[in-house]
Design a protein around this ligand. Structure first.
Ligand SMILES: Nc1ncnc2c1ncn2[C@@H]1O[C@H](COP(=O)(O)OP(=O)(O)OP(=O)(O)O)[C@@H](O)[C@H]1O
Ligand SMILES: [Mg+2]
Length: 322
């Protein structure tokens, strides 16, 4: 049991109280990250959610050793990434925000080039390229020039390229930026599959739907500071409850019912609807039973629950995308 516990508690990435200051001690000094704390478990999908300029790419660059913390420390697979960059880069792969592919080469040529550059064993290169093209479902377009690919296809090819080196950790900086819903869903599916196969996936996004759909652990950051972290459900629970919304045929009845139940329920009155805060089905049943005499004046029921947009608004006082 102790052994399991040890394995469970092992973090593949640990960021402890990190500040990152650009142009320190000059007029242009800028604190891009402040007191950042992140702990990521093996095989987890970790999601950094924040608006433009909040420090997502800067964090990714710390993890892959391009930047060094000004204060605090960071370890990746037990190593300091900026000190052991070569070794770390053998175990992690980055899909950067700007998909740097060669437009004049075909998809396959891009992958072959990358595989050779990163020293994938020549004997297996062709097989490996086939495999990753299969994973991102681009086999049928492998001989087309990348310049003719849509944005979504280019993102998928960039993901395939990152998989060539069989990384333990995947760093995905805004993996679905600007791609259509269909490509987005394909990328989400691939990310989930990779995590199920045991890879740790660290992704950044400013789409709250993405954080909600993928993130097992989500850290919201704003202006370089951690705002709140937890699973999407935990984050939503911080700020409130589910609501049952009862729609009436007429405002008069909504008001009547409001007066009738307001002392017993956490309810607000809005036009011809009542919003009742409640997390349990039991209470919802009880209330509906109590209101049976108003049934013919009710048109329908709705349910709503807070989303990460609401969480962001709650903790920062502004919308995720202003
Ligand atoms: N090399 C640098 N020198 C000075 N400031 C920088 C540098 N790189 C980033 N910054 C600043 O740090 C802040 C965070 O930038 P970062 O690129 O990490 O944001 P981001 O969350 O990735 O934003 P986006 O969603 O637009 O990609 C920004 O204000 C940016 O201007
Ligand atoms: Mg960025």
């Amino acid at each position: 049991m102790d052994n399991n516990k040890l394995i469970e508690e092992k973090f593949v990435v640990e960021i402890n109280k990190v500040d990152l200051i650009f142009n320190k001690n000059s007029k242009k000094e800028f604190k891009a990250l402040e007191k950042l704390d992140i702990k990521i478990r093996n095989g987890q999908i970790f999601c950094l959610l924040g608006p433009n300029g909040s420090g997502k790419t800067t964090t990714i660059n710390l993890i892959n050793g391009l930047l060094e913390p000004t204060h605090g420390d960071i370890t990746v697979l037990g190593m300091k990434p900026s000190k052991s960059r070569k070794t770390v880069l053998r175990k992690i792969s980055l899909v950067p925000q700007e998909t740097a592919l060669y437009n004049d080469l075909t998809a396959r040529e891009n992958l072959l080039f990358h595989a050779r550059y990163y020293g994938v064993n020549r004997k297996y290169i062709s097989k490996k390229v086939d495999e990753v093209l299969g994973i991102v479902q681009l086999k049928n377009r492998q001989n087309d020039r990348v310049g003719t690919f849509s944005g979504g296809m280019q993102r998928r090819l960039a993901l395939a390229r990152a998989l060539l080196t069989e990384p333990e950790i995947l760093l995905l900086d805004e993996p679905t930026l600007g791609v259509d819903v269909q490509s987005r869903n394909a990328i989400w599916e691939q990310i989930r599959t990779l995590a199920l196969e045991g890879k740790t996936v660290i992704l950044t996004t400013n789409y709250m739907e993405e954080a909600e759909a993928l993130g097992e652990q989500v850290l919201i950051i704003d202006k370089g500071k951690p705002v709140k972290s937890g699973s999407p459900n935990e984050l939503k629970r911080y700020i409130g409850q589910k609501q049952m919304i009862i729609h009436f045929t007429d405002t008069t009845y909504a008001k009547q019912v409001y007066d009738y139940i307001a002392k017993d329920y956490d309810v607000t009155f809005k036009g011809n609807q009542l919003n009742v805060n409640t997390n349990t089905l039991n209470i919802q049943f009880q209330l509906l039973q109590q209101l049976s005499k108003y049934e013919k004046h009710m048109s329908h029921l709705d349910y709503s629950e807070p989303n990460l947009q609401d969480v962001f608004l709650h903790f920062t006082g502004k919308e995720l995308r202003d």
